[in-house]
Ligand binder design. Sequence first.
Ligand SMILES: Nc1ncnc2c1ncn2[C@@H]1O[C@H](COP(=O)(O)OP(=O)(O)O)[C@@H](O)[C@H]1O
Ligand SMILES: [Mg+2]
Length: 367
Amino acid sequence: MTQIELRGVQKWFGAVQVIKDLNLTIADNEFIVLLGQSGCGKTTTLRAVAGLETIDEGDILIDGQKVQHLKCSDRDIAMVFQSFSLYPHMTVYENIAFPLRATRMAKSDIDTAVREIARVLRITDLLDKKPSALSGGDMQRVAIGRALVRRPKAMLMDEPIGALDAKLREEMRAEIKRLHVKQGSTTIYVTHDQIEAMSLADRIVIMHEGVLQQVGTPEEVYQRPANLFVAQFVGSPVMNVAETRVAAQGGEASVSVGGVERGFAFPHELLSKLNGHAAGGLALGIRPEGVLVRHEKADGYLPVEARIIEPLGSFDIVDLRVGDEVLRARTKSGFVPGPGKQVFARLDPAQAHFFDTASGKSLGVKL
Ligand SMILES: Nc1ncnc2c1ncn2[C@@H]1O[C@H](COP(=O)(O)OP(=O)(O)O)[C@@H](O)[C@H]1O
Ligand SMILES: [Mg+2]
């Protein structure tokens, strides 16, 4: 049982505030991913939880006990970094056993624990090897094994697979997930890679410039981004965002982007849901899969010009010129044969998001 809580945590480095009033509760056994661009304060947050960094304000609680004044060694938390350091002169077995040797555990119990973790991590056949004989992925497995062998209260991982190549990263991602399901431990995992975050997290914590932007399941942050930052940070290809005006037009709402007179047709109820934002200070957000394209004219479709076509294998991303804006649409591959063609586009109201441009906050409109 390990619950971790951060209450009003603030951290400065000199005059620069790098964590701004961070509040977060992590449940027992939960896999939390801290996601954000480089420099947003992820590592500092993790180090503060581990006790490797002091905080200036607020509390850090583990199972309800304030720990911010406890030393790292008294918090019973394990940490895995991107640049792992195995002891080069020791075998894999000795590396994993090392944290247990420091305790008074019996030799036979150490042996049982090392072999069990090696079995879970599928590195049993490497136990007699030296680190220099291992691949990058195996070295990281050993580092994880060494961190987990003493069954810490919580596991903190700072971009643990960031240095591996793409294929190995994918493999290790699956491995870390499997390990979590099997072993179960409260985990905080740091990454700047949103795909890694989406695939691993029970809940994702998105940070930007030291400020928590949103906490939610991968589905929540993808489907209901709280603000423009999250909307454009999560999801690939990136969500289209364009200033928009919404007006009543023939029993419908017309959503105009790029300064064109005729807008995209939306249900009339949009106007009341926008709550006075229709005339200005409004941004539309729509993912490329919400921009629907066809070759022939049809009800609710506007004529648009296809510009750049980016083939991505299983689908294409097509830049559509709408007035002085560009909306990117996701189409079947080869659907638009070449740039310069006229096609017809519609926006799927169920996939549209509306944001207040001044605050960046989502207006929470659901259609
Ligand atoms: N020991 C330090 N001294 C001064 N500034 C630091 C120190 N550690 C980190 N920073 C700064 O704090 C900010 C957050 O850093 P960090 O937590 O490492 O971000 P992230 O892990 O998200 O990339 C950055 O601007 C970084 O330059
Ligand atoms: Mg970092």
